[in-house]
Ligand binder design. Sequence first.
Ligand SMILES: NC(=O)c1ccc[n+]([C@@H]2O[C@H](COP(=O)([O-])OP(=O)(O)OC[C@H]3O[C@@H](n4cnc5c(N)ncnc54)[C@H](OP(=O)(O)O)[C@@H]3O)[C@@H](O)[C@H]2O)c1
Length: 434
Amino acid sequence: MADNLRIGIAGLGTVGGELVAMLQARADQLSAQTGRRLEIVGVSARDRSKARPFAPGTWAWFDTPEALAVAPGLDVFVELIGGEDGPALRSVTAALTHGRHVVTANKALLANSGLQLASLAEANHVALAFEAAVAGGVPVIKTLREGLVGSQINRISGILNGTCNYILSKMETEGLSFTQCLAEAQRLGYAEADPTFDIGGFDTAHKLAILTSLAFGTAVDRDAIHIEGIQSITLDDIRAAAALGFRVKLLGVAERNEHGIEQRVHPTMIAHSAALAQVMGVTNAVSIDANAHQRLTLIGPGAGGKATAAAVIADLTDIARGNVPHPFAVPAAELTPGERVPMQAHRGGYYIRMFVQDRPGAFAAIATRMAERGISLESIMQRPGVEHFSGASNVPVVLITHATTEKLVRDALAAILADGYVSEAPQIFRIERD
Ligand SMILES: NC(=O)c1ccc[n+]([C@@H]2O[C@H](COP(=O)([O-])OP(=O)(O)OC[C@H]3O[C@@H](n4cnc5c(N)ncnc54)[C@H](OP(=O)(O)O)[C@@H]3O)[C@@H](O)[C@H]2O)c1
């Protein structure tokens, strides 16, 4: 048998603790599969005296992840601390600089410093592996980087944040408000005390930035992503969407079009028949449109200690077998800047819900503002299922447009608001029909 693969693990929390336990439990099986023993030689966390979910081992304890990263004799440094800078960035940088392979589950770190860290890994001929960083237990990184190498990818769309999907699913199935569902998500540990990062769409954007780079050969560019969260979605909107044959999901979408690579995160109305519409609760899913494969959809656990640790083990076994691909599929120096597409250029159908004052001329004025910009309406519903909007003092109106551009819709809505017939900012969902 070849030499042991000597592993240091920084972070022994939800994922790190489970990783140690799984490496202990499956040691013989993993060495049979890789031809090497996966040996833990060092660990690090904040509190040495904390109870952990694994049996004590013969490994060394390190007070800082940076010290573990450069410890003599280490082959792989596993970073399971979290955070886009601080000890995670410092220790990963130190490990790569010292020629150690790195495995991480840290999407924030990669979304922020992915290109720089990939360059460092390549310069030192080591791996920077991150299967666990996007959609936890769903093997989407390997699928994009290796499984789909024979196909040209044109579009990725995904449910990448379990917290948001849990909230939206529960609103629909149990008829509860956003606030009630968020409180329940917090009680169950699906949402942080400060949920902004999840419900504001930022976590989805970090993951989308990584997937976009892998799919399109562009440098990770999280600032190119248009981001909207789910905070303003009401139960009434979800019910109105359902009545029209749609579900509302927070999607991360990256697609190639004539302008470049469009990247966006926002609530989206998806036809009930689409695979992503069936994904409920904390589950994650990614649909990939690739020319030779048409559409491929992966669905599975987006988080959780076991599923995420299993993804880390998949990366460790790759390293044990000597499979060390470029982190973002092509050499970091060949990743292109990627043409940013402004959201204003987005083309598609729109759901627009507004509360209109019940005055003569109001509806005609709205229709006129749309028509002036060539926006063709598929339907216009006054009082759509009025019981859904029962608290409203003004008349709820839902417009469904045929394909148009974001710019025209925004211009029309600005004109409608200026006319003074609409009482508050309209709700907008982009519509995905397939
Ligand atoms: N949880 C999931 O389901 C999941 C899914 C996908 C990806 N991830 C990613 O995996 C990473 C870890 O997440 P987690 O949920 O396992 O986090 P966690 O439960 O909060 O664990 C974090 C660990 O890091 C240690 N730590 C924190 N600051 C440290 C420091 N300055 N120096 C040394 N150690 C430090 C903590 O030590 P103590 O234990 O001593 O406090 C703890 O063991 C994050 O990047 C996260 O985004 C998590």
